[in-house]
Design a protein around this ligand. Structure first.
Ligand code: TYD
Ligand code: MG
Length: 460
């Protein structure tokens, strides 16, 4: 049958018979492109992979009780931060997608992980579709890992890669990157969503069948989606994002999906000349160089997964020259900022009208916890009154629309981390006072209460 063409959204992979400016499935603009797809074998157009003919003897059931849980047979990568984000190492036969901006350090991280796993006795292979073998060697040398028995290959043809992997039978295979691969069974261009999906599908199938942990590297587009294959995210067992600013040496590995562990863990790294170094104490890092007596600066005692992380929140409130004052946020949700501002205005008598408000989470961390409400409010109020808060104070607590400060989980872990780093007091929900190892908890019942305290301190 001759290959046919279809219109495929390069963002979500939806297939349609005609072109449109906006994908009807995901709503993205200008993402629909014409692609050659494999000739349909069944009724449905085969946008990725061919439908497999059915033959053989049908389905054989197996007992629930098998020869051990695969999840328990974890393969450590030798990078503790990486292993923690995975939920305790690589699960044999699992497929993992590691996404991130080009140049952020994905190849560096995975060269290190694969080489360290190989050094520890696992068989590991690294296939690059972007670099020549000598380039990978050069990087391994710079990383001080030249001696690791890591297998290297530079290849973009999926069939060659699968052949090689079948021969090598590695415990771990890194494919860098999924966007460079092409399958000769698919007419579409490399990097197109049809190719990416078909290649990922084959590699995931290989992982399951041969018990190899397969790590796929994927580049991310500017809007934060892994280029093209949002579809790949659904196929793999775990999706990790490698984040950071290229101008800053800190990198965060964040789990966004994990079938074998929690998704809220982060791994923190520092990009150095000799590769990525693990940061065991991220709080010290995010607090970095804090100024004493700066108004608008408050340390939030947050949680990232199971780990407490202290991070500085900075606010600036300045007279606005614009008709509609500016609200700018880096590292937090702008909707949440609007809510905290509205509660401060409606319940506490503060006015931000005619004033620009800037909020920044220092160190490039992105915070998603509502527990940051109280710290954000404290930073805003401190900035509004130009009153610096004590440098040895942390804050956490969720605010309701009525201005009430609600208890949040893991108060004990937050306060313990604060005490460890030398913090002496905390603005927190009153309930947290029970669990205060070495930190003086100043129970805050409402945001009005918070404003009164900061205002009183400003007048002293
Ligand atoms: P790379 O891993 O190639 O990024 P990606 O695969 O995500 O595109 O890393 C890119 C940057 O990292 C590059 O600009 C150089 C820098 N780098 C270091 O700073 N130290 C190192 O040891 C290595 C190998 C890279
Ligand atoms: Mg790379």
């Amino acid at each position: 049958m001759p290959p046919s063409t279809a219109f495929v959204c390069q963002s979500c992979g939806a297939v349609s018979a005609k072109w449109s400016g906006r994908c009807e499935a995901c709503g993205e603009w200008n993402t629909v492109a014409e692609e050659t797809v494999a000739a349909p074998l069944g009724g449905k157009p085969a946008a990725g992979g061919k439908a497999r003919p059915r033959h053989g003897k049908g389905l054989d059931f197996v007992d629930l009780e098998g020869d051990g849980d695969v999840v328990d047979r974890r393969l450590p990568t030798g990078i503790a931060e990486f292993d923690r984000v995975l939920g305790g190492g690589l699960v044999p036969g699992s497929a993992i997608l590691v996404g991130g901006d080009p140049g952020i350090g994905k190849s560096t991280l995975l060269t290190q992980a694969a080489a360290l796993a190989a050094r520890a006795g696992a068989t590991a292979a690294y296939v690059s579709g972007e670099e020549a073998v000598d380039q990978i060697r050069g990087r391994a040398k710079r990383l001080g890992l030249s001696d690791a028995p890591l297998k290297l290959a530079a290849e973009t043809s999926l069939s060659h890669i699968l052949e090689g992997l079948k021969k090598e039978k590695p415990d771990l295979a890194v494919i860098d990157s999924i966007q460079t691969l092409w399958s000769d069974a698919i007419g579409a261009a490399p990097g197109s969503v049809t190719q990416v999906r078909a290649c990922a599908q084959e590699l995931v199938r290989f992982a399951k069948k041969r018990d190899t942990a397969v790590i796929l590297v994927g580049h991310v587009t500017k809007d934060g989606q892994i280029a093209g294959p949002r579809v790949v995210e659904h196929m793999v067992d775990a999706v990790l994002y490698f984040e950071g600013e290229r101008s800053n040496q800190f990198r965060i590995l964040r789990g966004v999906k994990n079938r074998f562990g929690p998704t809220d863990e982060i791994g923190v790294f520092e990009m150095q000349d000799g590769g990525l170094a693990e940061v065991a104490n991220p709080s010290a890092l995010f607090l970095g160089a804090r100024e004493a007596n700066a108004s608008g600066s408050v340390v939030f005692a947050g949680m990232e997964g199971t780990r407490p992380v202290l991070v500085e929140i900075q606010a600036l409130v300045a007279p606005s020259a614009l008709g509609t004052p500016r609200r700018a946020v880096v590292g937090w949700d702008s909707g949440r900022l609007a809510m905290v501002l509205a509660v401060l205005e409606a319940r506490c008598g503060l006015s931000f009208a005619g004033r620009d408000v800037y909020l920044n989470v220092a160190g490039g961390l992105k915070i998603a916890e509502p527990a940051a409400d109280l710290a954000v409010a404290a930073a805003l109020v401190s900035a509004a009154f130009d009153a610096a808060l004590p440098v040895d104070l942390v804050a956490f607590g969720e605010a309701s629309l009525s201005g009430e400060v609600r208890p949040v989980g893991r108060a004990d872990a937050r306060l313990k981390e604060a005490a460890k780093l030398g913090f002496k007091s905390a603005y927190a929900p009153a309930a947290a006072a029970e669990a205060s190892p070495g930190v003086d908890v100043k129970g805050v019942a409402t945001l009005g209460d918070l404003v009164a305290r900061i205002e009183a301190a400003a007048k002293q």
